[in-house]
Design a protein around this ligand. Structure first.
Ligand SMILES: NC(=O)c1ccc[n+]([C@@H]2O[C@H](COP(=O)([O-])OP(=O)(O)OC[C@H]3O[C@@H](n4cnc5c(N)ncnc54)[C@H](O)[C@@H]3O)[C@@H](O)[C@H]2O)c1
Length: 391
């Protein structure tokens, strides 16, 4: 098993390729550092940009052999599937508009997939990708990165082992302020594409960060959403896509939820916070203080659990590397989702049984749930914020 703490003892190296992540991009570099964190995943191929000269420039910096730098993702999928030493998996870190086409090409070439969220534009596309992965026995991780934090894993353990009782209500929020002004009118490429429906899809704010609330809550609780009532706002109104979204949620067990995501909330940077209230207690986790987890049992003093302490559960312990008090955060969480994926992929490649000790990674079903959530919220908002079933 690949374990974050014991990884230096393992001699298995997975080889992967990347689509997207060229110069000036954001998340591709985070993926590369995260995948390399424990020395278990080595980048050997890439199509980092639509422009070949940019792919060559990035590939040279990353020391990738020129014969494995490709002009387009179709060529990369075909050539890598034909090589004896072809990649074990591909990481898709390009913008939303191309996820479906790239993922489909690699699945059809028989290559395991890691893909950024949101998985794709359409619900039918997401279902097709899920079917393709299942039919071809291929792993498909969708990189909902907050599932990689040890204290999210601990929250999952606490909630799913029943310590806070039956869940009654959930508050999730993800406020940012970076689109308060018309940032897309500057040379900020990340702002430009997120506010462009052709590249981002039918939603900006809800798709970009509201989907993280949806997945983090689902990861911790295991609850499925039954219906949503949403109001998406384009602020300022000349923007074609939402920058502020409020969603009322009803879960299958009857619990209620309220999700707020915003990119115009002045004073907030990346304020993902999840609060879950049950019949016996509650938990609260904030991504800007990720090493702590607030835990409350009814009638008892509030407790603050600290990452890496002996009282933390086994699965959360597996995801920590440093002693308590040395903060771990974004890079480590991203590394952890690669650890989770890699340990399952290694077992799959060696035809080994998966055990209940294997960490769950967020997969193509989570990706499909994310696409469903976005579509149903947009539908609700367009119809005047009515309740819409999520199915
Ligand atoms: N999981 C997370 O927490 C998280 C965080 C940030 C971004 N994301 C997601 O990651 C994706 C990328 O976001 P970003 O902010 O890094 O975007 P970005 O604009 O910074 O980078 C996108 C890169 O993809 C490349 N690209 C575009 N089309 C391509 C193609 N056809 N072939 C090869 N390369 C191509 C671009 O040249 C660019 O290098 C988005 O889907 C976004 O939603 C996820």
């Amino acid at each position: 098993m690949i374990d974050a703490k014991k990884s230096e003892q393992s001699d298995i190296t997975l080889h992967y390729g990347m689509v997207g992540g060229g110069e000036g991009s954001f998340i591709g570099d985070v993926h590369r550092k995260a995948a390399a964190f424990d020395g278990k995943c080595r980048l050997v191929a890439g199509c980092f940009s639509r422009t070949y000269s940019k792919t060559l420039a990035t590939g040279e910096k990353l020391d990738i052999s020129k014969e494995r730098l490709y002009e387009n993702y179709q060529q990369m999928a075909q050539m890598e599937s034909e090589r004896e030493d072809g990649i074990d998996f591909v990481s898709i870190v390009a913008q939303n508009y191309i996820h479906y086409d790239v993922a489909k090409a690699f699945l059809q070439a028989g290559i395991h997939v890691v893909c950024e969220k949101p998985l794709c534009f359409e619900i039918e596309q997401a279902k097709e990708l899920k079917q393709l992965a299942e039919d071809n026995n291929l792993l498909f991780m969708v990189t909902y990165s907050y599932s990689g934090y040890p204290m999210v894993e601990e929250a999952r353990h606490i909630v799913q082992s029943g310590q806070i009782g039956e869940i009654r209500t959930i508050m999730g929020e993800y406020p940012q302020d970076w689109l308060t002004n018309l940032e897309e009118e500057t040379d900020n490429q990340q702002a430009q594409w997120r506010t462009d429906p052709k590249i981002a899809g039918i939603s900006n704010c809800l798709g970009d960060i509201g989907s993280h609330i949806e997945n983090t809550v689902h990861y911790i609780t295991g609850l499925n959403i039954k219906r949503v009532c949403a109001k998406l706002e384009c602020i300022p109104p000349k923007r074609p896509l939402d920058t502020n979204a409020q969603v009322l949620v009803e879960f299958e067990n009857g619990a209620s939820g309220m999700y707020w995501s915003s990119q115009i909330a002045v004073g907030h940077e990346n304020g993902l916070r999840v609060r879950i209230y049950g019949t016996k207690g509650s938990i609260e986790w904030s991504q800007e203080t990720p090493n702590a987890l607030k835990v409350c049992a009814i009638g008892e003093p509030v407790q603050i659990y600290s990452r890496s302490q002996g009282y933390i559960g086994h699965k959360a312990q597996q995801l920590t590397r440093l002693p308590a008090g040395h903060p771990e955060a974004y890079y480590e969480a991203f590394a952890n989702i690669y650890v989770k994926f890699a340990q399952v992929l290694v077992k799959t490649l060696h035809n080994q049984e998966l055990s209940h000790e294997d960490l769950k990674f967020t997969d193509v079903t989570d990706g499909l749930n994310g696409v469903l959530f976005i579509h149903k919220c947009v539908e609700s908002s367009k119809k005047g914020s009515i309740w819409v079933n999520v199915e």
